[in-house]
Design a protein around this ligand. Structure first.
Ligand code: SAM
Length: 268
């Protein structure tokens, strides 16, 4: 009844869903990628966004995907093998193996929520971006997760488990504009995307309801009895849940008269 597939498969299926395609198209539009630019996808996962970035920057451009998960890197390489301008590297986005001001566009999609230090990643992203460049960060705020259930206390306990234990930086959505400003970016736009789920199976692909409920019981956020009733209700009754992801579009100030031509100097 509930979803149990490999994360990479899930990420690509989410990207191909109406929800994924909708907000990813918006993030792509906000990036304003021009032909020939260097585009950096931080935490690229299995490479869901790399082909669209390659298409936008064209044959003369460079798309660089970075992820610390070897399996994701392998899958992203397979997926983009035919695209000469795409390189996928294994690495930690806290420490990019890239020269200062060597990148025109940077992007995260549900990545800063997981990293050890989002401010450090933003500072590192700022370092490699050139004057006049742009970045787009698409990150959820898990405190916005609501799931319809008659007992609000149980529903809140589930969300509290998600925000306190399941996701490292669960409040990154609301914090991003402040952290990006602190890192030296100009925040141009914050676009909230509220996903609504009327179908339990679709929701489970994103939320992992059964798996997370079991963890919430183990961590004493829910009793076994509450969890059993909760899962039974979610499976048997009409379903509704929602959560909000924020697309934060930022730019790097370009002093008047600055010429921004730079050469791609990424380390091999
Ligand atoms: C939810 S997935 C999103 C993948 C992709 N952006 C997408 O939209 O499908 C988060 C990705 O961030 C990567 N990640 C998390 N922390 C990282 C870090 N410190 N350095 C590099 N990659 C990281 C994970 O390995 C994972 O592939």
């Amino acid at each position: 009844m509930f979803e149990t597939t490999k994360p990479e498969d899930y990420l690509l299926r989410l990207a191909a869903s109406d929800l994924g395609r909708g907000y990813k198209a918006l993030a792509l539009a906000e990036l304003e990628i021009r032909p020939g630019q260097v585009v950096l996808d931080l935490g690229c996962g299995p490479g869901a966004d790399l082909p669209a970035f390659a298409d936008a920057t064209g044959d003369r451009g460079t798309v660089l995907g970075v992820d610390h998960d070897p399996q994701a890197v392998e899958q992203a390489r397979e997926r983009t093998g035919a695209l000469a301008q795409v390189q996928v590297r294994r690495g930690d986005i806290h420490h990019l193996d890239l020269a200062d001001r060597s990148v025109d566009r940077a992007h995260t999609d549900r990545v800063l929520q997981h990293v050890a230090d989002p401010s450090a990643v933003l500072a590192e992203t700022r370092r490699v971006l050139c004057p006049g460049s742009r970045a787009v960060f698409a990150e959820p705020d898990w405190d916005t997760l609501i799931i319809d259930y008659p007992d609000l206390g149980v529903a809140r306990a589930y969300t509290r488990f998600v925000t306190e234990q399941a996701v490292r930086n669960a409040g990154i959505g609301r914090q991003l504009a402040r952290l990006a400003t602190r890192a030296g970016f100009t925040v141009d736009k914050v676009i909230p995307i509220t996903a609504t789920f009327h179908d339990r199976e679709a929701a489970d692909k994103v939320l992992g309801l059964q798996r997370v409920t079991a963890r919430a019981v183990a961590a004493h956020y829910l009793t076994e009895h509450d969890a059993e009733q909760w899962l039974h209700h979610l499976a048997a009754e009409p379903f509704f849940a929602s959560a909000t992801l924020f697309i934060v579009a930022v730019s790097v100030y370009e002093p008047a008269g600055t010429h921004t031509t730079h050469r791609w100097r990424g380390a091999g």
